[in-house]
Design a protein around this ligand. Structure first.
Ligand SMILES: O=P(O)(O)O[C@H]1O[C@H](CO)[C@@H](O)[C@H]1O
Length: 258
């Protein structure tokens, strides 16, 4: 049902054991632009089906605004997912990378979501980022992947954010690889930075949708359609990992044993 009076159009839904409300916004193709409130098993969750990107012209304050809203709503753990290009030569298209750490390349150039006056109600001026991706949640995600029989596709690695919107040149890709990046994408890091700043626990999963060329003799050219196609192909598997993860998250005894 659409409510023309409200700021965002919405409808009720029930799908695969998840019940809730959908709210719609405008975003990039492949991102549905829906905010979904519902339950997975007995856990109340809010899902962003899509996100805002720096390359769309949003400020990093806008990109990360939902994270602060989630914090104020009482969310304690955030699971971020994305599509990225594989730089690590061992990665295959379709692999899922549990994000161990990130490189905030736009942040190095001053495009950082925490620039400007610090709002002490959310967190401190100089937050530590060395443990942004919670170790206990990473282990649970890896254990669950193994139990589901997905261990051949699931890896751990370092995600590097670039601003986009163009895909990398070969020289840029080589540089990112040398810097220690296992995959590259155009999102996620601002949201994770703001989440860590305000004390949320973070799990990050990155789907490797393409191999990034480090070699001038390779003919393949990455494109967004390929990214969407691989994302669709792996959607069911990712959904299984995520719903199992959420259902088992009560097993985490001491989330702070980082
Ligand atoms: O990071 P997400 O939004 O998942 O998507 C990735 O895929 C798009 C490029 O095909 C870019 O938006 C890039 O960041």
């Amino acid at each position: 049902m659409q409510d023309e009076q409200s700021y965002l159009p919405w409808e009720e839904f029930e799908f695969d054991g998840i019940y809730g409300l959908l709210y719609y916004t405008q975003v990039v193709p492949g991102h549905d632009g829906r905010l979904v409130f519902g339950y997975v098993k007995d856990k109340s969750c809010v899902f962003m089906q899509g996100r805002f990107h720096l390359y769309e012209g949003y400020s990093l304050c806008q990109v990360t605004f939902p994270v602060r809203v989630f914090k104020l709503m009482g969310v304690e753990t955030i699971i971020v997912t994305n599509a990225s290009g594989g730089l690590c030569q061992d990665f295959k298209v379709g692999d899922i990378m549990v994000i161990k750490d990130h490189i905030n390349l736009p942040g190095f150039a001053g495009q950082h979501p925490l620039c400007g006056p610090n709002d002490e109600r959310f967190g401190i001026r100089f937050p530590c980022m060395s443990d942004a991706y919670n170790k206990v949640l990473r282990k649970l995600a890896l254990d669950i992947s193994m139990e589901l029989g997905y261990s051949n596709f699931v890896r751990e690695g370092v995600y590097c954010m670039v601003s986009g919107p163009n895909f990398e040149t070969i020289a840029e890709a080589r540089m990112l690889h040398v810097l220690g990046s296992d995959s590259v994408g155009m999102s996620t890091v601002p949201e994770v930075t703001v989440a860590k700043h305000c004390g949320l626990h973070v799990l990050g999963l990155s789907l490797i949708t393409n191999k990034v060329s480090l070699d001038y003799s390779r003919e393949e050219k990455v494109n967004h359609e390929e990214v969407l196609q691989i994302s669709k192909m792996r959607a069911e598997m990712l959904q299984k990992v995520l719903t199992t993860f959420i259902a088992h998250s009560h097993q985490v005894e001491d989330i702070n044993s980082n």
